[in-house]
Ligand binder design. Structure first.
Ligand SMILES: *[C@@H]1O[C@H](CO)[C@@H](O)[C@H](O)[C@H]1NC(C)=O
Ligand SMILES: *[C@@H]1O[C@H](CO)[C@@H](O)[C@H](O)[C@H]1NC(C)=O
Ligand SMILES: *[C@@H]1O[C@H](CO)[C@@H](O)[C@H](O)[C@H]1NC(C)=O
Ligand SMILES: *[C@@H]1O[C@H](CO)[C@@H](O)[C@H](O)[C@H]1NC(C)=O
Ligand SMILES: *[C@@H]1O[C@H](CO)[C@@H](O)[C@H](O)[C@H]1NC(C)=O
Length: 279
């Protein structure tokens, strides 16, 4: 009898004080943390950014738990492009970074996860795919050129936004195509659609451009597993980090943009740690 009363009293106290119950999951806070991440990568310094890490914080690079103090984040990078999406349901962000004009080229996809508590030290996981020379179809100059020419503006008009379920369904169906012969039937294919795969681009500027170009014809391959999602309905984006079991157990990032319920853009980064990726 007393427990429901206590819960009710706490809920009342929280709402009466005007404090939201999950203050770290609002978009502004998530985006501010992603901006701190971007500043850290640009400066090569963790001093400011590390103040928002949770005590149990984990850093993962190319699917391996790693020491952040010796990671790519301690090398200052000239960032030619950055774009962040936010998932207010999962308390997470995805940031795409391109460094094409510095001493060594990088294209980086980073998911940052927060605990839903109101603690200011809320980042529990930074999970990055760090692609560079030797990664699948890597060419940062080309990636920059095409990423900058595409229109990923956000928020999409309400009529062009998709539900979380629809965004994830197309991402999952697409990633299932390597191991499931009928999965492609469940992808919300759109035209035009362009895929930026490493630095290779399928778009030709035609209204009939399709992301079906070059999709797997062998559906008996090892699957894409360990999928981690960041889904932003406003941006029409589903980001998935996963394990590319059919290609040298590579660390992979796929981001899908849907407009009006149809696939419009795909960006990929695929890293075969310590090796040059090949089929
Ligand atoms: C850290 O934050 C302080 C205060 O905002 C700022 O002056 C300084 O430049 C930042 N340092 C780095 C390395 O970003
Ligand atoms: C990483 O560096 C920070 C200070 O920059 C330090 O407090 C922390 O102990 C270091 N962690 C490890 C594992 O060395
Ligand atoms: C880390 O701590 C946060 C709360 O601060 C909690 O939500 C999360 O589950 C913890 N993660 C692990 C791996 O223990
Ligand atoms: C990378 O892409 C740029 C821009 O498309 C192109 O000029 C260059 O030749 C490419 N580099 C390689 C090594 O393919
Ligand atoms: C293959 O994909 C189809 C379409 O998404 C789905 O209905 C079916 O359950 C999938 N099969 C397996 C074995 O996952």
């Amino acid at each position: 009898m007393t427990l429901p009363l206590l819960v009710a009293a706490l809920a009342f106290a929280a709402s009466a004080s005007g404090a939201p119950l999950a203050t770290t999951c609002d978009r502004t806070t998530l985006l501010a943390a992603a901006d701190a991440y971007i500043s850290a990568q640009a400066s090569g310094s963790l001093t400011n950014f590390s103040t928002v890490f949770s005590p149990n914080f984990t850093y993962v690079e190319n699917n391996s738990p790693s020491q952040i103090n010796t990671s790519i984040l301690t090398t200052p990078l000239k960032l030619d492009h950055r774009r962040t999406t936010a998932d207010t349901t999962l308390c997470a962000t995805f940031t795409e970074l391109i460094s094409a004009t510095g001493p060594k080229p990088y294209v980086i996809g980073t998911q940052i996860r927060h605990s839903p508590s109101s603690s200011p030290q809320s980042i529990t996981l930074i999970d990055s795919v760090v692609s560079t020379t030797g990664s699948w179809l890597f060419n940062a100059t080309s990636t920059l050129l095409h990423a900058q020419a595409e229109d990923w503006s956000s928020p999409l008009p309400l009529a062009k936004q998709s539900s979380r379920a629809a965004l994830q369904a197309t991402a999952d169906a697409y990633l299932d195509m390597w191991s499931n012969a009928t999965a492609s039937e469940a992808v919300a294919w759109g035209e035009p659609c362009a895929r930026l795969e490493g630095g290779a681009y399928t778009g030709q500027g035609k209204s009939t451009d399709s992301c079906k170009a070059g999709i797997p014809s062998n559906h008996n391959q090892a699957p894409n597993t360990h999928r981690q999602y960041v889904i932003d309905e406003e941006a029409g984006s589903a980001s998935v980090l996963c394990l590319w079991e059919h290609m040298m157990m590579a660390a992979d990032s796929h981001e899908f943009r849907l407009e009006g319920g149809k696939l419009r853009f795909i960006h990929t980064m695929t890293v075969c740690p310590g090796k040059v990726c090949k089929l």
